[in-house]
Design a protein around this ligand. Structure first.
Ligand SMILES: [Zn+2]
Ligand SMILES: [Zn+2]
Length: 440
């Protein structure tokens, strides 16, 4: 009798728990009802883009929306960043969802009705400003996700830290910002997340599709300056001086041997690019010095350190061979490689397959672009994925790339994005099958 009663109670509890579970169908209908507002927000942000560390209007709109949901956003993190916690009424862990808010110094050339005609100041010049990387979509998507999660608070286990980040694209000279500054200013103290998720819209995939990979996904990026110093002389009598232009040409060539001859290409690739070379003013004057600017891309901290060490050695020794000298300076604010937590990525792939369909999820190749979410991924086990925004039926390979003045976001991708993020968040918080949090 007693055991039957316990069994009855257990069954009742189980039934209650089953009833309380947030279902995919429920998320789907919540997404459908918020979708028109998400489109509206995205168009508003698109028409009013703001450059890095200047996202005041965007941040104010985000904060107002979060307050209207009954949340208590913290504002002004890393200048214009906004963060808020959706507190579920049921016990559970904390997770982090992140969107970035900044636009780019690009003059828009699309013909959408909400095209940007905004201008801003970039390196002392007035420039067109455009959401050419789709961060307008990211911000609107996370506002929609916030809306749905806030509506489910009573049955949501755990807490969701929503992060609206400024300055992903890099800061104006002399300033700091973005993900590393948000972390420094205590972002993770707001709610200690045990997992973090973020997405990026990309033209390389059709709407409805996503791609990701475990381990390194996007490169670490570093910017460098090499100054080669020789001795000025008349262009007709080079033996009277030391020619830094010829030495620089040899350095540029020799730097290419780091990737082609000195890197284990069966492990991870690397890129060394010299993007600017400046020296001299006149056809018959050998200048005193030459300055070169460039970038390296690597997929692990060890590879990064190795490439930098080889660059310094090559620059100084090649210069020395002709009697010149060279210095290598690494610029501040590099991005580390963005590394997806392998176990969490395996789990997230299954969640994405559930919310978007098994065919929707593909494995990404390594991407040599960088992303400052890498700082968050270094602090919290994370999954970052790309979400297609090229309309179905169009060839993604022919679509204008992110950062292009014709970059186009198919708005049919906005509900797909919300479904994917909500699926990850709700699956993680209420699924006992999620991977054990990695200890870091
Ligand atoms: Zn970008
Ligand atoms: Zn971006």
């Amino acid at each position: 009798m007693k055991s039957a009663c316990c069994l009855g109670l257990a069954a009742a509890c189980a039934a209650l728990a089953a009833r309380a579970e947030i279902s995919a169908a429920e998320l789907e209908s919540a997404v459908a009802s918020i979708e028109p507002r998400v489109v509206e927000w995205r168009r508003d942000f698109h028409r009013n883009p703001e450059l890095a560390n200047r996202e005041t209007r965007t941040a104010a709109k985000v904060a107002a929306h979060l307050r209207a949901l009954g949340l208590e956003p913290r504002t002004g993190i890393a200048h214009t960043g906004v963060a808020a916690v959706v507190e579920g009424k049921l016990p559970g862990p904390a997770i982090l969802l992140r969107a970035d808010m900044d636009a780019l110094p690009v003059t828009e050339k699309t013909d959408v009705s909400f095209r940007s005609t905004a201008t801003g100041e970039f390196r002392g010049k007035t420039v067109g400003v455009m959401h050419a990387c789709g961060h307008d979509a990211h911000t609107a998507i996370l506002m929609g996700v916030a809306d749905v999660l806030a509506g489910l608070r009573d049955r949501l286990p755990g807490r969701v830290l929503l992060v609206f980040q400024p300055a992903e694209e890099g800061v104006p000279e002399g300033e700091r910002g973005g993900a590393p500054l948000m972390l420094e200013e205590g972002l993770l103290d707001i709610a200690r997340p045990e997992a973090a998720f973020a997405l990026h819209v990309g033209s390389m995939l059709n709407t409805g599709r996503v791609m990701l990979r475990p381990g390194p996904l996007m490169a670490g990026s570093d910017f460098f300056k090499i100054v080669v110093t020789g001795r000025q002389s008349h262009g007709s009598r080079p033996w009277k001086g030391v020619d830094p232009i010829v030495a620089s040409a040899e350095i540029v060539s020799a730097l290419q041997s780091i990737v082609s001859r000195q890197t284990d290409i069966t492990d991870l690739p690397a890129v060394v690019t010299v993007g600017a070379i400046n020296g001299g003013v006149r056809h018959n004057i050998i200048p005193d010095s030459v300055e070169m600017l460039g970038t390296i891309r690597t997929f692990s901290e060890a590879a990064r350190a190795d490439v930098i060490e080889r660059m310094g050695r090559i620059a100084s020794n090649v210069a020395e061979a002709s009697g010149a000298s060279a210095t290598l300076e690494m610029m501040p604010a590099p991005n580390p490689p963005l590394v997806n937590d392998p176990a969490l990525t395996g789990w997230a792939t299954r969640s994405l397959e559930r919310s978007l369909g098994a065919d929707a999820v593909t494995t990404s190749r390594l991407l040599t672009v960088a992303e400052d979410f890498a700082y968050i991924a270094r602090a919290v086990p994370s999954v970052y994925y790309w979400l297609g925004v090229t309309p179905g039926g169009q060839d993604p390979a022919a679509a204008p790339d992110n950062h292009s003045d014709r970059f186009y976001v198919d708005e049919a991708a906005l509900p797909v994005a919300m479904r994917s993020l909500l699926g990850l968040a709700v699956d993680y918080l209420q699924s006992p099958s999620r991977p054990e949090p990695a200890s870091r």
